[in-house]
Structures are given as structure tokens and as C-alpha cells.
Design a binder for this molecule. Structure first.
Ligand code: MD6
Ligand code: FE
Length: 216
């Protein structure tokens, strides 16, 4: 918190609007971060991070895994949701209760009280990793919002428009911030700029992102 004049701190608003239907809930996940990271460890033991290959044949710089009934995957044949982890041949680990509770609470705080996720895509960025502009359109029903939790190193979220060529706005996402987006913004192009090097006090040199969806 900065001081403009002594005794009059500038308080960041808890909810920032990125566009119609799209919000950043600053620090919303911070009270649960220890519980989330402990549950994440169990998920990663069952289905570790891996670098998936795009349909074009490139390994992604972001490492990914999933939990929940459906997991997002990419391979040479395309992008899709699948109930089975192709690396283990087993179902994805169940979504931890604390994940589901946080995602539902964040969605409700942003005006989507009926959101219940069945898929959680987990992304890990190390310095230099990036996610190029894309739309999230593999879900069955775009009426459901997406809830995205940032943990660890800060990142720059690139938030574009309905066309890939629309120049994106830039938003800083820090440990504990939660993005909720849906409604008229649901199909906007977005991405993550190349992660800058740094050291986070609990996560070290990485950023973890949990992205919750209603996929099926
Ligand atoms: C990330 N997030 O924050 C990548 N997609 O690491 C996404 O691609 C994303 O944050 C849809 C909605 C929110 C997101
Ligand atoms: Fe996305």
C-alpha cells in the first residue's frame, strides 16, 4: 500500500473491471493459498506437469496438467477435453474440495452465483515461458464463466478483443489474484506475456495458474 499523503494510503479496489463481464478480484485467493498449494501437491503426484504438443507440432513453454472430471489437452490431433490423463491412462485426479469452493465463491463474488467447475487446467510458467493469444472455445456452453487463480511470480495478462488482431490491454496479475470472466467477454483473445525472472517467497521461480471451467 502506497501513501499519497501521510496517513492517507491509496487502497487498491478489491474488484477491478477489465471489460463487461470480466473482473480481477485482487488477493481473493490469498487467505487459502497454503491449503491450495498443499492440495496441488497431491494432484501433481498423481498427474505431473508435462509440456503438451500443439497441433502444429511445437512443445508448449507452459507446463500443464489437470484435475476434475474433464481435463484440457492438446496433441498433434487438436485441442479437446478428455476424462483420461493420456500420460497415466487413468482418470485425472479429482478436483480438491478447496479448489472447487474457491472457484465457486470467486464466481459468485463477480456475479455468476451458479458456476460449478468440472475442469481445472493447471499451468506452470518458469521465467521465459509465455502463452500466446488464444480464445477458450473448447467448452460446451459459453454461458459459463471461467475462473483463473494466479499463484507465485507476477505475470502480465494480455487481454484483447474479439479478433486476434485487436491490440490487447495489459493487466498485472499477482499472487492470490483471481480473474473471473464471462458474458460478453467470454470469447475475447488473451494470453500471458513472457514471464520475467524473480523469486516468490513460497513458490520460488515460477507462476502457477489454476483455470476453472465448466467444460461438459
Ligand atoms: C494464465 N490463463 O493465466 C492463462 N483463459 O496462465 C488463461 O488462458 C485464461 O486466465 C481464460 C480465462 C482466464 C484465463
Ligand atoms: Fe485461456
Amino acid at each position: 500500500m502506497r501513501d499519497l499523503f501521510e496517513g492517507h494510503p491509496i487502497v487498491e479496489p478489491a474488484i477491478e473491471t477489465m471489460s463487461e463481464g470480466a473482473f480481477i478480484l485482487r488477493g481473493f485467493a490469498k487467505p487459502q493459498d497454503g491449503e491450495l498449494l498443499q492440495a496441488l501437491d497431491d494432484v501433481l503426484t498423481a498427474s505431473p506437469f508435462r509440456h503438451m504438443v500443439t497441433p502444429g507440432g511445437y512443445a508448449m513453454s507452459v507446463a500443464m496438467t489437470n484435475c476434475g472430471a474433464a481435463g484440457w489437452i492438446t496433441d498433434r490431433t487438436g485441442y479437446r477435453y478428455d476424462g483420461t490423463d493420456p500420460q497415466t491412462g487413468l482418470p485425472w485426479p479429482a478436483m480438491p474440495h478447496c479448489f472447487e469452493a474457491l472457484a465457486s465463491a470467486a464466481a459468485a463474488a463477480a456475479g455468476y452465483p451458479a458456476f460449478r467447475p468440472d475442469a481445472c487446467l493447471i499451468n506452470r510458467y518458469v521465467p521465459g515461458a509465455r502463452l500466446s493469444l488464444h480464445q477458450d472455445r473448447n467448452e460446451r456452453d459459453f454461458a459459463h464463466p471461467i475462473v483463473s487463480v494466479s499463484l507465485g511470480l507476477p505475470a502480465t495478462f494480455l487481454f484483447g478483443g474479439p479478433k486476434r488482431s485487436d491490440t490487447p490491454s495489459r493487466f498485472a496479475l499477482r499472487h492470490g489474484d483471481v480473474v473471473v470472466w464471462g458474458g460478453p467477454s467470454r470469447l475475447r483473445f488473451h494470453g500471458i506475456a513472457e514471464l520475467k525472472d524473480g523469486e516468490h517467497e513460497t513458490l520460488g521461480r515460477q507462476r502457477i495458474n489454476l483455470t476453472f471451467r465448466r467444460a461438459l
